[in-house]
Design a protein around this ligand. Structure first.
Ligand SMILES: [Zn+2]
Length: 238
């Protein structure tokens, strides 16, 4: 696989076929090694064996992810091709500690930039036992607290922080497929009801987005991440 600096992910790879919505696709798969994981800047102890990256040509990738977005309400495209499997939702709802080995597959188009892999591996840290279930649940609650402060600020501190937080949340919604999720939760009134799978997907996107910026500070503006969000992130960096 070609990435932005031209280095391959691993010295070995293998072809694989899978089916999405009755249509078969093929990809080349690479094992994410500890060495590669660290080379992206992630902390060593967050590495969990078992993650595969599948690269596909752009046309096939687009066709495959289109099926996934349609077929799965959780809708984590770029992830496992088996869209009927609900394990992602279970992990997000805290009903399961982490994804099984065979579900930890990241699909990316050929010639993806390294920054895409940083983002997608952040998702794998979130889903693949890189952080505990308790930590994940706490993260979702903290993101929700900030989302509530941003959309319905009460205290003067909240009113002051709200514009930056709103900008940040809008960026998350635009960045991934979270736009419809944001609209859904915006229309809800019950606080605990908002901590639904939709919000948990949204929180995991916040996690991946912040990780992406923290790992590649020279390619982005770290200041676009509100301090309130940065403060609740685990230390990802080596
Ligand atoms: Zn994402």
């Amino acid at each position: 696989m070609r990435v932005s600096d031209g280095k391959p992910i691993a010295s070995y790879d293998f072809p694989g076929e899978f089916t999405v919505a009755g249509r078969s696709f093929s990809a080349r798969f690479f094992v994410v090694t500890q060495h590669f994981f660290r080379s992206l800047g992630y902390r060593n102890d967050l590495f969990k064996k078992g993650c595969l990256i599948g690269t596909m040509n752009r046309q096939a990738y687009n066709a495959c992810t289109r099926h996934q977005v349609k077929g799965d309400s959780v809708g984590l495209y770029s992830f496992h091709p088996d869209i009927t499997n609900n394990e992602y939702g279970q992990v997000l709802r805290g009903q399961r500690d982490y994804l099984s080995f065979e579900r930890r597959v990241i699909l990316v188009p050929d010639r993806s930039a390294i920054v895409t892999l940083i983002h997608e591996l952040a998702h794998d840290i979130y889903f693949g036992n890189g952080i505990t279930r308790e930590r994940r649940e706490d993260f979702v609650k903290q993101i929700f607290r900030l989302y509530k402060a941003a959309t319905m600020p009460i205290t003067s501190e909240e009113k002051q922080a709200a514009p930056a937080l709103i900008d940040f949340f809008k960026r998350i919604a635009a960045n991934c497929q979270a736009r419809h999720i944001l609209l859904t939760i915006s229309n809800s009134n019950e606080i605990m009801a908002r901590l639904n799978p939709g919000f948990q997907v949204f929180a995991s996107e916040c996690f991946a987005y912040v990780a992406e910026k923290v790992m590649r500070p020279e390619e982005s503006t770290l200041k676009i991440i509100p301090k309130e969000i940065e403060d609740i992130m685990p230390e990802l960096k080596e």
